[in-house]
Structure formats: structure tokens, C-alpha cells
Design a protein. Sequence first.
Length: 380
Amino acid sequence: MHTLTLVTVDLPEIEEEPMVDLAIQNLLEECNIKKKKLPHNFMLDIHIEELNNRQNAFSRAVETEIGSIMEPYGQNSEEFYVFDDRTEELKAEYENGAADCIKLPNGKIVSTYQYPLYGKFVIRDGLVYKKNFGQLKHEKRNKQAKKMTAIPNLPYKKRYKTLGEFAEKEKGMEYNEKSDGYGYWYNPNAFWDWYSIGGRWPRMFLVKEDCKDYSVGERSWTCRDSEFKAPEGYKWTAAARKKDIEWKVMHDWRVKCETEYFVQFENAFKTGDYPKDWHIQITDNKILRFGEVMYIKDETLEHYLRRNNLYEKYKYPNIAGAYLHQGECHDRYDYWQSVKSRKKYNRMQRRRNRIWRRQLDSLIDSLSDDTVLVGVDCHM
């Protein structure tokens, strides 16, 4: 899952490095020439985006700072690991648990959800069957399956002599001397396993064309070849100083664009006529694109704009799903509540979104004009 995270960075005035900029620009030109010959070279695309993300001294400084800010929240940042002791749970499962197993021709006993059997063989009525066999992809007692013996519901204590053997071989847990128990290491604060500046959200902020403190970041493959228009005299960036971001222009431009989309969606719903590259699905009461609601029957423009987070009530037209500021991370799901009623759930959703938007407004208001705001595409 991808989350757009707003990260705040404190950066002093950046001294320009024209020679470094020129060297990167030359490399970019060489790569773009190669791309014409190798349009589907994935590694070349990645290299081009890395260079785009380092075009000027400001963007290079942002990349360095983001790296240190994000490190404590990485899934693989071992420096921040803690040990999760699961000994008591393992003991209970070891004493009372069991699993369907298969005895291989060489005498080895393996559970059906372990390598090398997982997804390949299954037990039915006390016999072993090969899954997804042949062109019909059905279960079959083929020659290989007939050489195996089913052992349904085999107790763990019969397979493993000790708790330690069960924990390590069956559950992949490890022993920790300090806690004298079994478990695993992890980062409890992790919210990304990889990230990129900009990524799927290259249109994070609008700045004037002559703005020098900006970064375009790295575009995701999902929008790498897309052309995103900006108002005349402005450009889209993934990072910029608060004082350089044209918030009102951003809002007005997005309202203009979304109004045009609304008219197009409304016409498509009524006539059924739309470009093939829209990849939409029209139902009895809405238009969907990859499961996301794009248009609802009989909705007004005002309702459509509100659904798309364009509402004059909020000061900053920012739709980040999370933010990281001075070592504290928050996301809109901090306000999630489990409710059974769908109507009540929708009501809580709207309330949560209102709270979240107000919190984003308060955060940005509290920042100094020189604070750098960065849109980071976080995957987890």
C-alpha cells in the first residue's frame, strides 16, 4: 500500500553548485538519448529518475535530509529493532496445536503450508492431491501425490522434541538470550519498506517558474510518462519551502481541473461515450476506475469537489494521508473507529477526515516560512 506522507525538513540557505548541476544535466541528456533506443529498459528509467531527484543543490540536500529523517521508521532499519518475545504463545501452541502434514517418499515429514509443499499439494479425505494439475488446474491424485502419505492433524509435540525446535523450524522464531525466550526482531515504528520523494504524487506543490529551492523528486512508473499541466508561470514540485508554495494558485487550479473532469464524467455517465484510455466502469449509479469512485449519479459539482478534498473551509489544499514532523508521525487512521453500522461508519469517516484536515492546517500554520515541505511516497 502506498501512502502520501508530508515530511517537514529544516534546511539552511543552500549554496548553489553549478558544476555539479551541469554534470548531472549532461548525464541526464545521455540517458535520455539511450532511452530512445531502449524505451523499455527498467534500470535506465530508475537511473533517470535518480538523476532527476538530484538536479540541483537544494534537491540533493533534501534527499540527504530525508534519508536521515526516514531511517528510524524503516522496516529494515535494524538499529531501531526491538525483540518481540512470543514464548508464552509458542508454548501454548506447542502443547496443544497440530497441523496437517505429508510424509515424503524419503521419509521426511512436512506440513502442508511449509516449503516445498505449500500451494502445491493438499490433503483430501486422508489422501494427498496435487493442486492445479494439468490444463484444467484441478486437484488430482497424480503419480507424485500417490508416493506421499497424508498425516492429518499431527500434534506439534510429536514432530518436534523441544519447544526451541518447534519455534525455530516451524515458526521461524529465534532465541534471545536477554529475554530467555523465542520471538523475532522488528521496528515497532516502521511505516515504510521503501519510499521515494514524489513517487506517485509528483504534483505536490506549485511554485513559480523562477523558484530555485525545489525538487521534482522521483516519479513512479505509474506516472513516469504523464504530462501534468501547470498554470502559466508555475511548475509542479515534490518539495519546496513553505514561503515559495503558491497555496491559493494550487487550490484554484485544482478546482478548475476537477470541474473539467466533473463535466467529462457527467457526460460519460449520461451518454456512455468516453475515451478508451480512461479505463473506467460505469454502473447504475456511479463511475469507477480501478475500484475508486470517480463520479456518483446526480451529485452536484460542490459535492464532487468536496469528495476530492477541494473545500474552501480548509486553508491548505494538501491531501497527505500522513505527516512526519520533528520525529512524530501521525496519519489519518489515528482517528479510525470500528463501527458495525455502515451509515455510522460513513459518518465517522467524514468526521475523521474533517479532524485530519484541520490538523494538517494547524501543522502547516505552525511552520516557519523557511521550512521545507516534502511529499514522500511511502510503501508498506
